[in-house]
Design a protein around this ligand. Structure first.
Ligand SMILES: [Zn+2]
Length: 76
């Protein structure tokens, strides 16, 4: 009986530390310096649905577009 509880506790501990380890690994990749601007704000082009940083996107009526070619024309 005690043996079962001990094994259960051991498994819980392993899962607990494994989770913590993976979370740390994820944090490391999340805070990589070169992706700072990209993770800041990603937007989706309304036409081709490609994702790009907001600083590189064209904005029109609170919508974002990847290029001037995908911007809606004013006279249509
Ligand atoms: Zn586009």
């Amino acid at each position: 009986m005690w043996r079962l509880i001990f094994i259960g506790l051991l498994i819980w501990l392993i899962i607990h530390f494994a989770r913590q380890y993976f979370r740390q690994q994820q944090n490391k990749t999340d805070t990589a310096p070169k992706t700072d601007e990209l993770t800041e704000a990603m937007v989706k082009c309304e036409v081709c649905e490609i994702h790009l940083p907001r600083t590189e996107a064209y904005q029109h009526n609170n919508r974002y577009y990847c290029s001037q070619a995908h911007l809606p024309k004013k006279d249509v």
